[in-house]
Design a protein around this ligand. Sequence first.
Ligand code: ZN
Length: 275
Amino acid sequence: MRELVKRVAEELVSSDHAVALTGAGISTESGIPDFRGPRGLWKKYDPRLFTYSNFVRDPGGFWRLWLEVRREAFLADATPNPGHAALAKLEQMGILKCIITQNVDGLHQKAGSQNVIEFHGNLRYAKCLSCGTRVSIEAAEEAALRGELPPRCGCGGVLKPDAVFFEEQIPQEALRAALEHALVCDLMLVVGTSAVVYPAALLPRVAKERSTGFLWMMGVVSKPRDKPAKVVEVNLEPTPLTDSVADYTILGRAGEMLPKIVEEVERIVGSRRGS
Ligand SMILES: [Zn+2]
């Protein structure tokens, strides 16, 4: 394992455009249950309640339900763990160029990461369906608690938690930006995700195969690098990427393994400076 961590650290140091793709696995250590997992929200609540059409049909009813759900879903008290901190550190060092995340908890930003692409929105905010203004989720929740159902924007529009609901499209700008990074990165760190769900599933493969295929349809214009990117996976268990796509697979908790990798990166960078 030590040897593996060392090799990955060397790959990171010699990369010039490393990106990270993160999923639920990095946030479970902050006490946020994987929505799809055994303790997840979808075991207790019917996912159909969280469709866009259900929200629009009865936004007041949705917010009443939300006040109950938010307690189970974590959010308010969750804090970043050493895995989030390690990725923020890699960005500060100029090694990691961006984080592409499937999570809606905002913990990467809370840990200090600046360049974060959110595929599924961010549950720390609510957004006006009419004018697009964002307010903090707490402000919307307080209004709902006062009986304002649904809570509304200053313009009169209905506020909706700013995560992508079922039936809703992935924000196109986020998708385009993520694909651009996948085409030009030379290292992709895949953390806490089995990358089986679209569009996350696409990214390590685009990085590896440089397949531009249909990407032009999405407005992706970057010219891919000639060489395939190195794909490094950090996950509790093997995934479909392990045999086919990943160059390195580190099995373990993100909160334990990422700090080890960063420690090694710092050692290498320090010794090069010294020599
Ligand atoms: Zn508005």
